[in-house]
Design a protein around this ligand. Structure first.
Ligand SMILES: NC(=O)C1=CN([C@@H]2O[C@H](COP(=O)(O)OP(=O)(O)OC[C@H]3O[C@@H](n4cnc5c(N)ncnc54)[C@H](O)[C@@H]3O)[C@@H](O)[C@H]2O)C=CC1
Ligand SMILES: O=C(O)C(=O)CO
Length: 325
């Protein structure tokens, strides 16, 4: 079985006995071939049956979808399913994602964005660059009625998209004294945190101090955070997004920031990446931007690939299957 693996990651796929594919019925050894996810796939590797993807260009993925007739399984190492679903792989190709491989780093980065937001590091950074000692901020925020703007202690944090990353993140907020509510496709109690569905958003958002979005980009979540949702939040609430930019109506967000309708926005992701130089988001007031760096490299990618390779050989269901259509 020929398995294409990205040359952009140091995967260790040698320690698994994976070379012997007798159990798969092919009677030949597995061949791991490194490829460049930024270039067309070499013609001599169009007989590959497995594609492991990481940070591939859309053109490379479309090329793979069109030119690998024997393809059975695509393993993306990204948690987000959007890019791999957009490539147009045939319906009988199993697609799995890197859910869980980014939990720790994304949780840390999202917490960092949240702390930068509530402690107003944006404003204090500007003051530093202007050589101004802006200690007034501390006094302004000392008012108990509004102190939730300046501390997470006692603040209501709502995590929209309460899945694998949220499971790592929610306890960090709780440890700082925040109350955490999750929003997901199904309601219930998860890891000790209450989880509601979108139907409850108007009620939940009304008392939210920090709305954290970890929503995947799928058709149902496109521009989910729009003018109507912004209007449901208190004016002091911050919006933190480490999910996907496509879930945000950025025109509505910039308008709200300019009108003082939000405490601010801290965004690791934007609808177009890299963010165009003329995007109004760069200069929107009370806005913190980071360039899609929350996840970084996947953690434990080799183990996931090997586990799913074993599953494929044994005819078992693969881990992290992305629902199609
Ligand atoms: N900024 C970065 O570097 C990174 C961003 N991400 C993003 O984070 C997202 C979340 O990752 P995981 O937690 O691993 O995914 P997950 O699949 O474990 O969780 C997603 C959650 O969103 C919920 N959800 C989906 N549609 C919803 C809707 N319409 N309303 C309410 N909830 C909805 C699901 O019920 C699920 O609980 C990824 O899809 C990806 O876009 C992931 C890794 C790195
Ligand atoms: O895993 C993902 O979805 C990412 O965005 C990686 O940075």
């Amino acid at each position: 079985m020929k398995i294409l693996v990205p040359d952009s990651l140091p995967l260790d796929l040698t320690s698994q006995g994976a070379g012997d594919t007798a159990a798969s019925g092919h009677g030949a050894r597995d061949v791991f071939v490194e490829y460049d996810g930024g270039a067309p796939l070499p013609v001599e590797h169009r007989d590959a049956e497995v594609l492991v993807a990481w940070a591939n260009t859309p053109a490379n993925l479309a090329d793979a979808a069109a030119h690998l007739p024997r393809l059975r399984w695509v393993q993306t190492l990204a948690a987000g399913p959007d890019a791999i679903l957009a490539a147009g792989f045939a319906p009988d190709v199993v697609v799995t994602n890197g859910r869980s491989l980014h939990d720790g780093p994304v949780a840390e980065h999202t917490l960092a964005l949240t702390l930068a937001a509530v402690r107003r590091l944006d404003r204090l950074g500007t003051a530093q660059r202007e050589h101004r000692w802006d200690s007034a901020l501390g006094d302004e925020q000392a008012d108990p009625a509004t102190s939730s703007r300046f501390t997470l202690h006692g603040a209501q944090v709502t995590i929209w998209g309460f899945g694998s990353i949220a499971a790592a993140l929610a306890p960090l907020y709780a440890a700082l004294g925040a109350r955490v509510t999750g929003v997901a496709s199904t309601a219930g109690d998860r890891f000790g945190f209450p989880v509601v569905t979108d139907a409850d958003l108007p009620r939940v958002l009304a008392t939210t101090d920090v709305l954290v979005s970890l929503l995947p980009a799928v058709p149902a979540t496109r521009h989910a955070f729009d003018a109507a949702r912004i209007a449901q939040l208190p004016d002091h609430a911050w919006f933190v997004n480490a999910g996907r930019g496509a879930t945000v109506d950025e025109v509505a967000l910039v308008a709200a920031l300019r009108e003082g309708r939000l405490g601010g926005a801290a965004l690791d992701v934007t609808e177009i990446e890299p963010l165009p130089a003329d995007s109004p988001l760069w200069d929107a007031p009370r806005t913190i931007l980071t360039p899609h760096v929350a996840g970084g490299r996947p953690q434990g990618a080799s183990a996931l690939v090997l586990e799913n390779l074993e599953n494929l050989r044994a005819g078992r269901p693969l881990r992290n299957v992305v629902p199609r259509g």
